[in-house]
Design a protein around this ligand. Structure first.
Ligand SMILES: [Zn+2]
Ligand SMILES: [Zn+2]
Length: 178
């Protein structure tokens, strides 16, 4: 029998608790894994100062992932949420990154209309955050990128994020180790 998958949502810095609580609820509603439980860590973690790259004015994902790794253990996966722009060396930015079987971190920055000079809009932001969270959790649970109409589509721009659904295609769904 499959074990319960525990997901621990962890905010970094001054990330609002209401964003985490709403995301926790939305993941629980939308993640198609029968035995999953999502909790929110009470205290946010501090943004690791070593993550900041002054030449890029962005934050490297590595320091976040190693902090999250310390919060995870067998069958428990930490998903960090940070309101800073994240990068990995090979890309100009990332919405998030994940370690297969481990933890993941996502950024809210480029999901907000304000980043693109538009007015704040809560509902699209909420859906985008859910999509990025489910996408990275898909990687955590062993999925690769997918070309179907599927949340596991690679997206490197907001229109690409908006164009994909918050759900797995049937192929991906069947590959998740439940
Ligand atoms: Zn991905
Ligand atoms: Zn798929």
């Amino acid at each position: 029998m499959a074990n319960t998958k525990e997901i621990l949502l962890i905010g970094f810095g001054d990330l609002a608790k209401e964003v985490l609580c709403q995301l926790s609820h939305d993941i629980q509603e939308n993640l198609p894994i029968r035995r999953s439980r999502v909790n929110v860590k009470q205290e946010n973690l501090e943004i690791p100062s070593s993550a900041f790259d002054s030449s890029r004015q962005q934050y490297s994902t590595n320091a976040f992932l190693s902090m999250l790794h310390d919060q995870s253990y067998k069958k428990k996966h930490a998903l960090g949420v940070v309101a800073k722009d994240l990068f990995v060396p090979s890309l100009n930015f990332v919405f998030g990154v994940a370690q297969r079987g481990g933890s993941a971190v996502i950024s809210t920055v480029r999901l907000e209309p304000q980043f693109y000079g538009k007015s704040p809009d809560k509902e699209p932001f909420r859906v985008r955050l859910l999509k990025e969270a489910i996408h990275e959790l898909g990687h955590v649970f062993g999925l690769s990128h997918c070309d179907n109409f599927c949340v596991m589509r690679f997206s490197n721009s907001l229109p690409e994020t908006d164009a994909k659904p918050p759900t797995f295609c049937q192929d991906c769904q069947s590959k998740i180790i439940d």
